[in-house]
Design a protein around this ligand. Structure first.
Ligand SMILES: [Zn+2]
Length: 289
């Protein structure tokens, strides 16, 4: 396990495996959480840094435009800095006991409550460096989110999650490959997350790309092949991208449920695999049944 290396873009996943590489003795118990040596973690982005410059047109990858349509220019005002006197969250003492195990239902409630705070414009997580430090000693994530790499789908933001709350696997159209499946196995077996949430979203460019590639036969590649299964199972008609996305979420969740480690954890009642949809405009997450 220590030789595993990945090129997954998301820092949470990179952090997960970096942590594994640092472990002198791999943990095998499902109940064992991962202590992380303080001061040896990855370098985090500066939360006070100005936003990155987007395209000059404000276009979305799927060709649509944001409601405002205004590009972010180099001259845009920087976000307000964090007040130096802001109260820091209480640090987690390295020797403090691990929190009580979270059931799949409780984990889902936490996610949906976080999305409600986000939606209502009242997030409780500031992603301040103090919070990063407070959670540096150990992590107790209560969910694994498998979702798209879309720049507008940020799980930690839309679930108002803190450092250490969730692990995330993101690929185009949340298509699974060996690395993604191995990451899910790791999160379930070693980290012991009680919930896997497969999160599709509205206006998914990867889904649109797969529909076009499948229908015309001109597109190729792994994403089109994988999402193409849902495309072929979804007849043409109104809202086809939405229906394809939902079918693809269901297929992805089904694939994960058949993973041996996932199936065993589900059978034991300590894990649930749930499909959901994120609406870009409303900021709302709805469960798909
Ligand atoms: Zn997408």
């Amino acid at each position: 396990m220590s030789d595993v290396s990945f090129r997954v873009e998301i820092w949470t996943t990179v952090r997960l495996f970096t942590t594994l590489d640092r472990m002198a003795t791999p943990q095998t118990s499902n109940d064992v959480r991962w202590p992380v040596a303080t001061g040896t973690g990855p370098v985090y982005d500066d939360p006070c840094a100005p936003p990155r410059v987007t395209t000059s047109t404000g276009s979305r990858p799927d060709g649509s435009r944001s409601p405002a349509g205004q590009p972010v220019t180099p001259g845009s005002p920087a976000p307000q800095p964090v007040t130096p006197g802001s109260p820091a969250p209480q640090p987690v003492t390295p020797g403090s006991p691990a929190p009580q195990p979270v059931t799949p239902g409780e984990a889902l409630d936490r996610l949906l409550a976080g999305n409600r705070r986000f939606r209502e414009g009242a997030p409780a997580r500031g992603h301040h460096v103090h919070a990063a430090r407070a959670h540096a000693a150990a992590q107790y994530p209560h969910a694994l989110v498998v979702t798209c790499f879309d720049s507008r789908v940020i799980p930690e933001a839309l679930f108002d999650a803190d450092f250490g709350d969730m692990v995330v696997v993101r690929t185009g159209g949340h298509v699974l490959d060996r690395a993604a499946l191995a990451s899910v196995d790791l999160a379930v077996d070693a980290v012991g997350v009680p919930l896997v949430l497969v999160l599709g979203h509205s206006a998914c460019a990867a889904v649109a790309y797969a529909i076009d590639g499948t229908d015309t036969g001109n597109g190729g590649g792994y994403l089109v092949e994988e999402i193409g299964t849902a495309v072929r199972a979804t007849p043409p008609g109104p809202d086809r991208p939405e229906r394809v996305m939902r079918a693809h979420v269901a297929r992805t969740a089904g694939t994960l449920r058949r993973q041996p480690g996932v199936a065993a954890a589900v059978a034991a009642g300590r894990l649930a695999v749930v499909g959901a949809r994120y609406d870009l405009d409303a900021g709302q997450v709805d469960l798909l049944h």
